[in-house]
Write a protein that binds this ligand. Structure first.
Ligand SMILES: NC(=O)c1ccc[n+]([C@@H]2O[C@H](COP(=O)([O-])OP(=O)(O)OC[C@H]3O[C@@H](n4cnc5c(N)ncnc54)[C@H](OP(=O)(O)O)[C@@H]3O)[C@@H](O)[C@H]2O)c1
Length: 258
């Protein structure tokens, strides 16, 4: 897949892997629309990237998402790539004093339910752009960041893993439905390993991959058109899962200290 000259919407673009992806797309001649809640941070980062636009938005808020979709439709109808990457995780211990239900509710709303709303709203925009560009097909792409913990849970973040397992399932349904519908959209799943970013601050481990390396692996995989990308340690977890699901759970938790 051609990775240059794209118009890309990235959620969670103010920090970590989303920001690294924004930089890499920009370096390769693409223009990015950066989405996250912290508008000040987002604008500061966007100012450093030629052609980048910051659009603060809480992806769990239906009205803000509607405004985002309307903004993209009216101002960026050349959108051909979406990277759904924003997420939250809560580090706590099951059966301690914390309200596991409350944690899971926020995680599920942010990581899974918001993706359903965004995919429903953004796929038609990708189709419109693909239809307009019939002479030079733009290889429309939907990329969703999940995790190795979609295969086996990490008990240091005990309710987060299930949100990524749910998202993994959703991505597979979306890919197959679009394929059956004859859609040109390629659906990539970026199954990231443990990465050094604000997200993993609560995890003490010497196995964190730098965010730049994880994004380099994403770009390599997309160029090869590998739709389900098992980056770094995720490949080991996937192998362990083929032996036994217990082996996979132990492999994840050996890395995270869980
Ligand atoms: N780091 C890891 O070890 C690791 C491992 C596997 C998978 N992942 C996945 O990789 C992705 C990126 O994470 P990261 O490691 O790069 O962490 P990160 O730097 O914390 O990035 C997450 C981003 O999501 C944004 N966000 C959170 N809630 C949001 C909301 N309601 N609306 C809009 N934006 C929201 C945050 O910005 P604001 O706070 O400004 O909204 C932040 O920029 C996530 O999907 C994560 O699940 C991470």
């Amino acid at each position: 897949m051609r990775m240059v000259g794209r118009k890309v919407l990235i959620t969670g673009a103010g920090t970590g892997m989303g920001l690294e992806a924004a930089k890499r797309f920009t370096d390769q001649g693409s223009r990015v629309i950066m989405v996250a809640r912290n508008g000040t941070r987002l604008r500061n980062e966007a100012e450093r990237l030629p052609g980048a636009v910051a659009h603060p938005c809480d992806i769990t808020d239906a009205e803000q998402v509607a405004r985002l979709l309307s903004f993209v439709s009216s101002e960026h109808s050349d959108l051909d790539t979406v990277l759904l990457n924003a997420a939250v995780t809560h580090t706590y211990r099951l059966f301690g004093t914390e309200d596991a239900y409350a944690h899971a509710e926020v995680e599920m709303r942010t990581n899974y339910l918001s993706a359903i709303r965004l995919i429903n709203g953004l796929v038609p925009l990708l189709h419109q752009q693909a239809a307009r560009k019939q002479t030079d097909p733009a290889d429309p792409a939907l990329i969703v960041t999940t995790s190795g913990v979609a295969f086996a849970p990490d008990i240091t973040n005990p309710t987060y893993s299930a949100t990524k397992a749910a998202l993994h399932s959703l991505v597979q349904s979306v890919r197959l439905q679009l394929e059956r519908d004859g859609s040109p959209i390629k659906v990539f799943e970026f199954m990231a390993p443990l990465v050094d970013s604000p997200f993993s601050a609560g995890v003490v481990s010497d196995r964190k991959m730098p965010a730049t390396d994880a994004i380099a692996a994403l770009f390599d995989g997309m160029e090869r058109e590998e739709l389900e990308l098992h980056v770094g340690m995720t490949a080991d977890v996937h192998q362990a899962l083929r032996r036994s699901s217990d082996a996979a759970v132990r492999a994840v938790n050996a890395a995270t200290g869980g």
